[in-house]
Design a protein around this ligand. Sequence first.
Ligand code: SF4
Ligand code: SF4
Length: 74
Amino acid sequence: MPEVEDNYENETICIKFCGSCPTYPGIKGEVLFCARGKSISPKQKSGCNCGLCDIWNKYDLTDFYYCIKRAEGE
Ligand code: SF4
Ligand code: SF4
């Protein structure tokens, strides 16, 4: 899998999907988990918006719940 680039553009896209997700941990500054890795304080799984995300499609990602697990390619 290609690694997701950690940049401002991707951050802006991610916040639209992670930010409205029921599983989003809501820790200030945390976003773009598929590039940066899991949250310091993950929540219980209650749905994941990654499959709707433009980055998920652009980078051909196949996994979900990056805020709980790890970054793509790790
Ligand atoms: S990685 Fe998935 S489960 Fe976690 S906040 Fe983002 S959309 Fe929700
Ligand atoms: S695939 Fe998930 S973690 Fe990655 S940018 Fe999209 S919503 Fe955020």
